[in-house]
Design a protein around this ligand. Structure first.
Ligand code: NDP
Length: 295
């Protein structure tokens, strides 16, 4: 079994991005600038946004964090997004999800200018991805593709089972894994909560991508020996042996599945770090495209 090491791969990609930013600035480009919007004080969202802002500093990007109370109105949030759309100093906009229940995530994402949609969630970005046109890929699926690419894993002809059909992970992942490229060129089965005989399907998988949000849901009896496992899940479970009283685990029962498979991503230090790489690559791309547009 080989670990697909998010620390190693993200360090490599971040070095590439840093170098690209330096070259870009040496040629008269300005620092890429990411604006992140955080509504409320969900601890997990705070941690994700904090990490994204920290990565901006590390890579030589500018960042602006806009924080709003959880009782702001949808109209106000949309007007803030529009303000950022019109601000030429901002290259990329991300709205940390989930939003409070009274705000429609779709309406807010739809308000982001597609040219600044560095999370790749806007319908135009997703439509272009579906058609194989240049676009911002959703950050997590993009990060997974970068991970497979780094380890030169040839997925051609593989049976890829994706568990989860969210718009931000599972669904775009099915498109990327089935497109005519490598990684890709896989035969894809998408599973969800209404799938019958999930175990039988996953046992025929050469590669399983689990994006479910249920701790240790994929167990050893669901995995064919030699399969590749990509664990997207981030779940906090109680752990009295830890000072904090809890720890993070994925959607895969790592301890029992790892000995069976050929490659596996750990949680933490796996896909999460790759998601940040996807976001940062998109932000740099947005900065370069803005320069082309503005001149
Ligand atoms: P969603 O809750 O939006 O989607 C979960 C999907 O899993 C749904 O499609 C659901 O099916 C499916 N599902 C739920 N239960 C089962 C089951 N018993 N059997 C089969 N399928 C099931 O989650 P996300 O896609 O946003 O996130 C998934 C996980 O990935 C979470 O743990 C999240 O924290 C993590 N995540 C990690 C990221 C990273 O960077 N590492 C980035 C984004 C998310 P149905 O549609 O039928 O309800």
């Amino acid at each position: 079994m080989q670990l697909l090491d998010g620390v190693l791969v993200s360090a490599h990609i971040k070095e590439q991005i840093k170098q690209e930013v330096q070259d870009w600035q040496a040629n008269g480009g300005k620092k890429p600038h990411l604006a992140a919007i955080l509504v409320g004080n969900n601890p997990a969202s705070e941690a994700y946004v904090g990490s994204k802002v920290k990565h901006c500093e590390e890579l030589g990007f500018d960042s602006t964090l806009l924080r709003f109370d959880s009782d702001i109105s949808e109209d106000f949030l949309i007007s803030e997004v529009e303000r950022l759309n019109n601000d030429e100093t901002i290259d990329g906009i991300l709205v940390q999800l989930p939003l409070p229940a009274h705000i429609s995530g779709d309406s807010v994402i739809n308000a982001i200018s597609p040219g600044k949609d560095v999370d790749g969630f806007h319908p135009i970005s997703l439509g272009r991805m579906l058609l194989g046109q240049p676009t911002f890929l959703p950050a997590t699926p993009y990060g997974i593709m970068l991970m497979l690419e780094y380890y030169k894993i040839d997925t051609t002809g593989m049976h890829c089972v994706i568990i989860g059909r969210s718009n931000i992970v599972g669904t775009p992942m099915t498109i990327l894994m089935s497109r005519a490229s490598n990684p890709g060129n896989a035969t894809v089965t998408m599973c969800h909560s209404k799938t019958r005989n999930l175990r039988e399907i996953t046992r025929s998988a050469d590669i399983i991508i689990a994006a479910i949000g249920r701790p240790k849901y994929v167990t050893a009896d669901m995995v064919k020996p030699g399969a590749i496992i990509i664990d997207v899940g981030i779940n906090r479970i109680d752990d009295s042996t830890r000072k904090s009283g809890s720890r993070l685990v994925g959607d895969v029962d790592f301890d029992n599945v790892a000995p069976l498979c050929s490659y596996i991503t750990p949680v933490p230090k796996g896909v999460g770090l790759m998601t940040i790489c996807g976001l940062m690559k998109n932000t740099l791309q947005a900065a370069k495209q803005a320069k082309e547009l503005i001149g």
